[in-house]
Design a binder for this molecule. Structure first.
Ligand SMILES: C[S@@+](CC[C@H](N)C(=O)[O-])C[C@H]1O[C@@H](n2cnc3c(N)ncnc32)[C@H](O)[C@@H]1O
Length: 185
């Protein structure tokens, strides 16, 4: 059971993560506009093909930066191809993580972890690193998939791990097909 939950989302699923239909039920602008502003540096952890990275790049603008980080080079290559020659190409920095380390040296205003934390075997270690990457008062926006993957109890366990590290809950936004918590450092 544990093995299935921690399995990394295959690159073949990238298309379904990056569809136009998804914008109708998980709209990045609506979800993030309270927290992402022009000039910010944000981390899209487990960015996949970049459904949220590209939207956040528009939101932070030319003076901001989106670090799009993923374990799989195949996901990063899809995103690289998608932004090639576009106006947001320079706003997105692609970063390959290792299984046990995010490994970025910049400090960021917000970390988005959308549908990724259940794929990380050592969540506590990952959250400690997220804490260290965030600026003071930075935001950790956590969303996990509702059905099949992550039960309510498991999601609450993840939130509790974050609370133990010192995060506090700002809000529990309602996200279709997701369980979400916005946490503050
Ligand atoms: C279900 S996908 C979600 C992608 C994206 N966040 C979205 O919502 O469209 C999970 C992503 O997390 C990545 N991932 C899994 N474990 C990771 C880790 N330890 N570090 C970085 N990325 C990881 C996978 O490669 C995959 O691209």
């Amino acid at each position: 059971m544990k093995e299935r939950k921690n399995r990394v989302c295959p690159v073949e699923r990238a298309g379904s993560l990056d569809s136009r239909i998804r914008k109708l039920y998980q709209n990045p602008e609506k979800m993030l506009r309270k927290y992402v502003r022009s000039g910010m540096t944000v981390l899209d952890l487990g960015c996949g093909p970049g459904f949220f990275s590209t939207a956040m790049a528009e939101m932070v603008g030319e003076s901001g930066l989106v670090i799009a980080a993923d374990l799989q080079q195949g996901m990063l290559s899809k995103l690289k191809e998608k932004i090639k020659g576009t106006g947001i190409e320079k706003t997105i920095l692609l970063h390959k993580t290792s299984e046990n380390r995010i490994g970025i040296s910049r400090h960021v205003d917000l970390v988005l972890a959308f549908y990724i934390i259940h794929e990380i075997p050592d969540q506590e270690r990952a959250m400690k690193e997220i804490w260290s990457i965030l600026k003071p008062n930075g935001i950790f926006y956590l969303v996990e998939p509702k059905y099949f993957h992550v039960s309510k109890g498991e999601f609450e366990e993840s939130v509790n791990k974050a609370l133990k590290l010192g995060f506090s809950v700002v809000e529990r936004p309602r996200i279709f097909l997701g369980r979400a918590a916005v946490l503050k450092k």
